[in-house]
Ligand binder design. Structure first.
Ligand SMILES: [Zn+2]
Length: 152
């Protein structure tokens, strides 16, 4: 490029220098002494700064709104991890203990049933308890199975 009839062999390198933002002390030193390169560097730097300015476009969403939404999601996730997960584990443990207790009771009642003399008139209280515990155990097992199916 010629400027008022003058030109410099380093002009292209100086333009690249402004674009790449490199240090290149030798070339910058030349630009301070050479009028052509000094002008080229000034113009190229200004153009580079102009290019980095944001382009007017559709209005961006309110940053406060975005931040609040992100914060809400973060808290909700933290709450879920801290409260809901241990609750689910606790529920499973409770159900396991309940089932184990019901099974132990059933086994004990079954052993008691064999030692008693069968009554022809009324069923013994042990028999009634045995039937009730079998029904409860079956109900609890079906609920437990359904919960496990729903989670997996
Ligand atoms: Zn020059």
């Amino acid at each position: 490029m010629t400027m008022f009839g003058r030109s410099c062999e380093h002009e292209a390198a100086v333009r690249d220098l402004a674009r790449s933002n490199l240090e290149a002390p030798a070339l910058r030193g030349h630009a301070t002494t050479c009028a052509v390169c000094h002008e080229t560097l000034a113009v190229a730097s200004w153009m580079q700064q102009l290019a980095t300015l944001p382009i007017e476009g559709p209005p961006l969403p309110d940053p406060m709104h975005i931040w609040l939404k992100a914060e809400m999601l973060r808290r909700w996730d933290a709450h879920r991890k801290a409260v809901v997960t241990p609750l689910e584990v606790g529920e499973r443990i409770q159900m396991g203990i309940g089932l184990a207790g019901a099974t132990a009771l059933l086994a004990w009642l079954w052993s008691r049933l064999n030692t008693l003399q069968p009554s022809a008139v009324l069923p013994s209280p042990v028999t009634i308890m045995l039937i009730v515990s079998v029904v409860l155990l079956a109900g609890a097992l079906s609920i437990f199975a359904r919960e496990l199916m729903a989670r997996e």
